[in-house]
Ligand binder design. Sequence first.
Ligand SMILES: *Cc1c(COP(=O)(O)O)cnc(C)c1O
Length: 451
Amino acid sequence: MINYEMKYRAFQVRNFREIPQIEALSEEEKQNIEIVGNVFPFKVNNYVIDELIDWDDYLSDPIFRLTFPQKDMLSETDFETMKKALDENVDRKTLKTIADSIREKLNPHPAGQMELNVPKYQGEELHGVQHKYKQTLLFFPSSGQTCHSYCTFCFRWAQFVGMDGLKFAARETEQLLGYLTEHHEVTDLLFTGGDPMIMSFKVFKQYVEPFLDPNNGTNIQTIRIGTKVLGFWPYKFLTDKDAQDFLDLFKKITESGINLTFMAHFNHENELKTDAVKEAVRLIKQTGAQIRTQSPLIKNINDDADMWARMWRKQVNMGMIPYYMFVERDTGARHYFEVPLEKTWEIFQKAYQQVSGICRTVRGPSMSCTPGKVQILGVSEIPINGIFQKVFVLQMLQGRNPDWVNRPFYAKYDPNARWMDDLKPAFGDKFFFEDELEEFYETANYNEEFA
Ligand SMILES: *Cc1c(COP(=O)(O)O)cnc(C)c1O
């Protein structure tokens, strides 16, 4: 049933005890949420609470774990430090200092995002823009840098906790247009965040409208919207007051000849079960927009091959296109969420083998790391010095240098490897791209502020 009275309401660390269902939790469980929720961003809304989480079994519910901070996300020491601070009722400033010192240890800015990918326009750095791969520009509109609910595993978590200098902010659509006018290699503009679909219609329209003008001087052919709105707030397109305005604008975009694609973030099949999400998907598709889906593989939430196969099938049945499976990134509470690379590949393979070719548009598992998007093709055995040895076979789906893409390469087998920097070349002492990457570092427009 779709609740046509639905109005958005969010809960955060300061008021989550007002959530009616939270009464089912013990006082200790509530305190744990409070302790961890003071380090990592925490926000959850009424749709997630009322329609997605199964409160009869919340402890093993994937959407509960996806949105409510979990005790084991912090190490025992950090947990105790934060617990003590809260027990002692320290002032807000001290609390933030303590929280920041814990955050600093958790690699808040993975994969050189800050130093290496900020382009320049007319001598000035374009903050709020990342240009890593030739054809696609990431744009972080300043008013799209929050979400309807936060994911506990979020790799952009540091943006939401107010650490100094860490927030990308886009000031000017004008600057963006200027840059794109000079960079006709860019065909895709990817609005990301946060969640650009948190923006009101009035604001969103301002960013998009220039691209509807065929004489805007850019070569943008595809507008992508990286969003979790379908998983966390499908009522955006059903009951929010500007729902119809959004749908009308999407239609206007597709009718202008621009390919509009939602890069929809779904982590679990349970996010596809409600009438609200089904209706929102139907309405968006009706505008002529496409919906492609992506998610990382995350322990304690979706590390189950059969679930992935069902999820991809359901997405296809709803008219969506599976796109990427990612490896959980090397940031935040990674010890709680990460799955070793070999296991990740096994889950991908086992899921992939269960679905027809229509679902096999999905690619992965992929690591978004400094050189590019590195896909794990699998574990194989090849003779090294006459002896058969296990290796990881890898390739890049995207590369900082396009020439690196689609070249198979090999890493030593390591059952515990969890990320690119755990991998060693199987032959020689360097991966084929390392020298060039080194040069990149040296010439990059390195920003001291974020060092
Ligand atoms: C993933 C990603 C893109 C988009 O890559 P596609 O393979 O075209 O979907 C663009 N920029 C960055 C920095 C990315 O990580």
